[in-house]
Design a protein around this ligand. Sequence first.
Ligand code: MRU
Length: 355
Amino acid sequence: MIRTIEWTDEGVVMLDQRLLPAQEIYQTFSGYEEVAQAIRSMVIRGAPAIGVAAAMGIALGAKQSAAQSLESLDREFEDICETLSSTRPTAVNLFWAVERMKRVYHGVRSQSLDAIRSALVRESLTIFSEDIEANRAIGRYGQELIPENARILTHCNAGALATAGYGTALGVIRAAVEAGKRVQVFADETRPFLQGARLTAWELEKDNISTTVITDNMAGHFMHVGKIDCAIVGADRIAANGDVANKIGTYSIAVLARENKIPFFVAAPIATFDLSTPDGSHIPIEERDADEVRRIQGIPIMSEEAKVAHPAFDVTPNNYITAIITERGIARPPYNESLRSLAEGREKSDGHSVL
Ligand code: MRU
């Protein structure tokens, strides 16, 4: 299995995703500010992986803090959480993980400083292992929706690299293969950061899953000529009504899928739900540096002065989404009801998870 992120005595170790697939380099980030910078600069990316990195960053910051009194640890802890929260605005898993670490902190605050630090390290490791378990469950539920010989379109990277391991959308594909189904994946290149070409193709190749990379503007053509049976993507934030924020370009695929009568699935853990946000119009969309569009791997492809826009995510309205696959089952419209009931833990117990 690909190791995306790992806790060690020396610090948080991450596979530098900016360098893939040319180089597989693991870097050790030995302070919480370095972990925050790694998230910001896309050493690690993908909503669940960002959440795990933030939790480990907080644990690292608390572990290394020189605070001798509870009051000074309180202050430092707040600063550490603030630094990690300010890295990327869209993926709600980041804020979910920070809140979870804060709850643990306040739950053990009456104990010794050492006990507080250990509890935070333990919690970050729990968030890590729960994410892998969630992805396995998403895979088990989701693979039932994948037909034999399916030709599956995916966008960006919602794989092992975007999570603690196994992946969400790619977890469903992996589970379908493990269930004995033959599949063929079409991976959108995903401009400008090329997560599809650089990361999805790389990790599926390692698992011997047949993958064809297409440029983003080819997706409609392949759907129109009958070469795609379903589309499956991950999510960065899912609003209460089922609107989904995901990598820029997801919306176009969902609209094209509807036009071509192709099911469009979203796979994400409950940690990606943001039920306090009523709909997608309230989801903050990260605007990244224009140079990421102006250049590919550092090489300019347009004038350095060219005016460019770079929203990193878009919102797909719920009516384009056939189903949302989670670790507790599959949500169907109307999402206001099905998402809430999954979030509250009302998993269908009759062995048939589809709501
Ligand atoms: O900018 P990124 O690479 O962090 O964006 C990642 C995505 O949009 C993924 O599809 C999403 O986080 C789900 S990952 C399981």
